[in-house]
Structure formats: structure tokens, C-alpha cells
Design a protein around this ligand. Sequence first.
Ligand code: UDP
Ligand code: MG
Length: 325
Amino acid sequence: MELEPIRNSVPASVSLVVPVYHSETSLRPLVERLTAVLQKRPAEFEIILVNDGSPDRSWSLIECLARGDPRVRGISLMRNFGQHNAVLCGIRAARHDVIVTMDADLQHPPEEITSLLAKLEEGYDVAYGVPAEVKHSLFRRLASQMMRFIFQRTLGIANASQISAFRAFRTQLRNAFAEFQGPFVSVDVLLTWGTMRFTSVLVRHDTRVHGRSSYSLTKLLAYCFDVITGFSTLPLRLASWIGFFFTIFGIGVLVYVVGRYLIHGYSVSGFPFLASIIAIFSGAQLFALGIIGEYISRMHFRLMDRPTYAVRQTTEHGVKEVEKR
Ligand code: UDP
Ligand code: MG
């Protein structure tokens, strides 16, 4: 469903949020290109670099960049929490009207930010920058495609095919998930808690200049699984349906066995039949139990109050401070 956009053409101030992991080589050119683009606009801006426990020298570089320009702010997390957790930390620290999130590896061209902002000015709440052509490996593209499909099916996000990590949205949307806590985060799901006004623009997608993607197939699959079980109850419903299906199947088998006995006077031969029936039913039961177990473990983690992220230090205070969220 697409709502009629409201026109609102005051130039908005922008908070850039960039999760940083293993990106020491691309940080300086990124900040330079971002500053060049944003300086042309009449409104204020800030660049928030969230260091997600990078093992390289990313943090000292962020500190250096922040010293050189007060519009650059750095936040360093206690350890590696994951891209979405780091982005959420940056979103909560933002001070301006609009938040733009993008990758640190220069795959999202800073020059395209203006077209995302133009969409917000048309009245949309969230604008995704969708790559016209994705410069990823085949398997990475397949995995992303699968993830979009899952998003669409399990979470009912209508234009899930246009989801990307390059997004611009109104800062006020964060009020919808201000109370959100827990170790598993999907920024895209959180945004749907606050609005339905999504749109997308085609943008360029550059090849990674240095290093390689920090997402392996297993990491992506784990993320898909987290999103499905963390934000929807579809698997529980699936377990119920499987249970229901096998109940009907069981009744059918009973009717068959009794019917054969009544009509032919003898039943189905014993062991192989029984063994296969038991195998099917115990398989279905274990599957359903596994799903229920997954939800119980999520509740368990929630009860433990495992944080979404914990901040080690920021460039504002200079001193070490530990903040849990
Ligand atoms: N990232 C992060 N924490 C992680 C992995 C990645 O903050 O554990 C950041 C990374 O610095 C980059 C973005 O998430 O800004 C996307 O990562 P990457 O380029 O490795 O993934 P891909 O381009 O394949 O989506
Ligand atoms: Mg990348």
C-alpha cells in the first residue's frame, strides 16, 4: 500500500550513520566524499561513525577524523555486535532531522544521498537506495534475494524487494522503537513499526575497493533466521500446521488399517509399517519442539537482558565510559 505523499520542502539537517568494521582503508575517502556532498546543502549535518569492535586501526582513524572536524562523531562499541546493532546505536545518537545510513566500504556512493533526501522531501518517511546493478558475488546476491523474499513473506513488508542498507528516513521514526532492547536487531523491521510510507530510488552500487565482504553465507543465513524467529511467529504457526497435517495423516492411516482388517480380514504387516510411521511422527514432533525451543531460548535471552550493544567510548567525552543499551 502506498500512501499519498505530503509535500514538505524545508531542507532537513542530516545525520549520517555508518557502521564501521574492518574499514580503515575506506574511512578517510568516505568522510571526504560525504563532506563534499553535504557541504553543498544549506542545512547542517553530522557524520556518526560507529566502530563495531573492529580488529584493525579503524577506531584510531575515527578519533583522528573527529579531531579534524567537529561534524564527525565517533562511537566505539565494546565488542563486535553486528551491523544492525551498530546502526541502531548510531540512530539513537543522531541529532538531526533526517538519518541516512550507509556502508563504510564506499559501495554506496555518497553522491546519491541527495536523491534519497529528495524522496523524503516529497513526503515519504523512508527512502531506500536500491542498486541498479549489484556489485556482489553471485552467492551473495542469491542470499540477499532470499532474504528479501523472507522479509516479504514473514513480515509483510510490501516492497521488501527494495530493502538495502543505504537508507534515509526521518529521525522521529526512532520514537517507534525507542524502548526496543534485545540482542537481535533488524533496522528494516524496526522502521516498519513506525511507518508504511516506504519508497526507493535506483542508485549506483560500486565494487568494494579494499578487503572483502564481512558476510559469509552462514552469517547471512543466521541473520535470516534471527529475523524470522525474532520478529515473527510464522515458524510457530508452521509447527501447528505440521502437527495438524500429521494428525489428519494419522487418522487416514488408522482408517486404512482398520478398513483392511474389516474388508480383507487381515491387517498391514507389522514391523516395517510401524517403524516408518514412528519415524515420521517422531520427526515431526522433534521439528515442532525445536521451533518452540527456539522461541523459549529467545525469551531466555530477553530475560537475561542481553544488551543490543554496549558503548566503550565516544569521541565527545574522550574518557572511557560504558553505556549499556
Ligand atoms: N559491519 C559491521 N559489523 C559487522 C559486519 C559489518 O558494522 O560485524 C559493517 C561494515 O563496516 C560495513 C557494513 O556493515 O559498513 C556492510 O558490511 P560489508 O561491506 O562487509 O557487507 P556487504 O557489503 O557484503 O553487505
Ligand atoms: Mg559492502
